[in-house]
Ligand binder design. Structure first.
Ligand SMILES: [Zn+2]
Length: 138
């Protein structure tokens, strides 16, 4: 695999290629998503890129009715809330993501611990196409 720095910029570039990537310590096997250049368990910096399967469990979520401007532009807001959450990946690592495929108007139906699978949301129309990490119920 092409060597890229273990940075947020690389992580975002991989998302644009529909890949959820983390870094794994060659010394102790600890996995970090988003990637870290240095292992905080053994303090070595011998890392390699690993692609996540994109499966995990919902660890926390919040349903947002007061949307930032770019989400309002996508049709979200008080009458059409969206869900944002944290997912614990099967391989280890914890990521922030949009939670898609759930009814954000009825958060009582969304359960912590639900199995989730990754989904890549592409936003067109800007100068640079952007990709958002999202998960939906598996
Ligand atoms: Zn390590």
């Amino acid at each position: 695999m092409e060597q890229r720095p273990f940075s947020d910029a690389s992580y975002n570039r991989f998302l644009g290629e529909d890949k959820l990537m983390g870094s794994r310590c060659r010394s102790c096997g600890a996995t970090y998503v988003p990637p870290r250049p240095l292992c905080v368990k053994c303090f070595k910096s011998d890392m390699e890129w690993v692609e996540m399967k994109g499966k995990g469990k919902l660890a926390a979520f919040t349903c947002i009715t007061i949307a930032p401007p770019f989400m309002i532009a996508q049709g979200y807001g008080r009458k059409h809330p969206y869900c944002s959450g944290v997912v614990d990946l099967d391989e280890g690592g914890r990521v922030d993501a949009r939670i898609d495929g759930v009814d954000a108007a009825h958060p009582e139906n969304i359960k912590v611990g639900m199995p989730m699978r990754v989904k890549f949301l592409h936003r067109e129309g800007g100068e640079i196409p952007e990709t958002y990490l999202a998960f939906e119920p598996a």
